[in-house]
Write a protein that binds this ligand. Structure first.
Ligand code: NAX
Length: 328
């Protein structure tokens, strides 16, 4: 059932992804044409003047459904009463910076924001986009009183990238590709699973005869797509990242079509032997309004298991890093 009003917080709203997110949230496209939207925008203090410029533009769009915009550098204000929190803001990875440094640099942002999320509506949903997204979501979840299953990290961009690659290879529209799972971390260890995906209801391995491509190039292409885009654009993915974040919200708000699923990093309940509590990307189905379950009993080949083990090992290592720094 559609709400008549929805309040959405976006952190890092003055950034690139924020710029691509805001107009689509306010247009009515995401929550429906009869739902009013309030936007609560959080930025660090030095970015507030730039954010004011974006707000001027939002006002100049004269969106009929946009009732209110709050601009703040205080997470307690930003998250007050929200239904959705899109946690995009994080420090970018600098040149030569190791992933471990990024984890420790961004972790503290999510301890404070996790605690501030206690001010959200008790039924709120939180999506972490800022990298390292899985582990930042783990930190926020651990510092919040909201139920654990309200927290997720974005792997929908990876899912969309995988679908696009498979559709191009098979020469079919992207809508023909379903049941696409991204397992694990939003990083180069993620495993995009073509073995359980379908094209027009047929197993991908029956439709695409180039199995070597499916087992090698396809996987690395999806794993390294972010880097490829940075190389070409000189900036990281923003339009496609915002689009994926909105796909994630819409997928959690709606009942998943029968037989299909989508990917999101959610707290592991031990499914597929993944350590409980790790923020791990699984195939999930939504019952609508944010409630979901992890799809069970998918076939995991030895090839897939090896990849899943590798991405789980990376997430355990990230967890140990933030636990060691007192961030959990
Ligand atoms: P930008 O650098 O353009 O914007 C980030 C914004 O966050 C800046 O305006 C900055 O002032 C703000 N910020 C920093 N610390 C903050 C804090 N404590 N509270 C509130 N705001 C804060 O980056 P953008 O391209 O928008 O990317 C944002 C994040 O998304 C990055 O961490 C990026 O790595 C991550 N991504 C995640 C993806 C995913 O699929 N999970 C894909 C795209 C993207 O790479």
């Amino acid at each position: 059932m559609a709400r008549k009003k929805v309040s959405v917080a976006i952190t890092g709203a003055a950034g690139n992804i924020g710029y691509a997110l805001l107009p689509r949230l306010a247009s009515g496209e995401i929550f429906g044409p009869d739902t009013e939207v309030e936007l609560r925008l959080l930025e660090i203090t030095p970015a507030l003047p730039a954010l004011e410029g974006t707000v001027m533009e939002m006002n100049d769009c004269a969106f009929p459904l946009l009732t209110n915009i709050v601009v703040t550098d205080d997470a307690n204000v930003a998250f007050d009463g929200i239904n959705w929190g899109l946690l995009v803001g994080a420090k970018p990875r600098g040149k030569g910076m190791l992933r471990g440094d990024l984890i420790l640099g961004n972790g503290p942002i999510f301890t404070g924001q996790g605690a501030a999320l206690n001010r959200a509506d008790s039924d709120a949903r939180v999506l972490v986009v800022g990298n390292p997204a899985n582990t930042n979501a783990l930190i926020a979840m651990n510092h919040s009183d909201l139920a654990n299953d309200r927290f997720a990290a974005l792997t929908r961009l990876d899912e969309n990238r995988a679908k696009s690659q498979l559709a191009a290879k098979a020469g079919v529209p992207v809508t023909a590709v379903t049941n696409m799972t991204i397992w694990g971390n939003h990083s180069a260890t993620q495993y995009p699973d073509a073995e359980n995906a379908m094209i027009n209801g047929q197993p991908v391995f029956d439709v695409i005869s180039d199995h070597d491509w499916l087992r090698s190039e396809f996987i690395t292409k999806v794993q390294k797509r972010g880097a490829e885009i940075i190389q070409a654009r000189g900036k990281s993915s923003a339009m496609s990242a915002a689009n994926a974040a909105l796909d994630h919200v819409m997928s959690f708000e709606a009942r998943t079509p029968t037989g299909d699923w989508f990917s999101a990093a959610v707290p592991s309940d031990g499914s597929y032997g993944i350590e409980e509590g790790l923020m791990f990307s699984f195939p999930v189905r939504s019952t609508g309004r944010g409630n979901y379950s992890i799809v069970q009993d998918l076939n995991i080949s030895d090839f897939a298991q090896e990849k899943i083990n590798a991405t789980e090992a990376e997430l355990k290592e990230e967890k140990a890093t933030v636990a060691g720094a007192g961030l959990l």
